[in-house]
Design a protein around this ligand. Sequence first.
Ligand code: THU
Length: 137
Amino acid sequence: MTNIELLEIAKNAREKAYVPYSHFQVGAALLTKSGKVYTGCNVENASYGATNCAERTAIFKAVSEGEQQFDKIAIVSSSGEFTFPCGICRQVIAEFMKDGEIILGNDQGEIKTLQFKEVLPFAFTEADLEINRQKKE
Ligand code: THU
């Protein structure tokens, strides 16, 4: 699976976005280490805070199907510009693919590839909880 192919899949997923409030469509395509792809779109809500981003939709779909090992996530929005994952999505990505890659596409056909660690350095993870637990022992 090439990055271009993964971005194409994310673009198709973007079409499913439910965005009556922002009209900002986002699509994501998540590649598992076993080579499967899970897609996601943003799903908005009249109670704005209940909105789920495309990235989290893809990750939650995959995890709920038994997948926990991921290599890459491609993200495309309707803005035509590179769209970076929001803070909440970064935290969810940190849980499952700290060593993964983020692939962004824009309308000029350009691709930006980043290591997740560049996008969220010093992430809070299970390791922090473990240090705390050991101190309490
Ligand atoms: N959104 C995503 O789906 N992913 C992001 O990383 C940025 C924001 C969605 C949430 C909301 O539906 C709309 O974009 C505007 O914030």
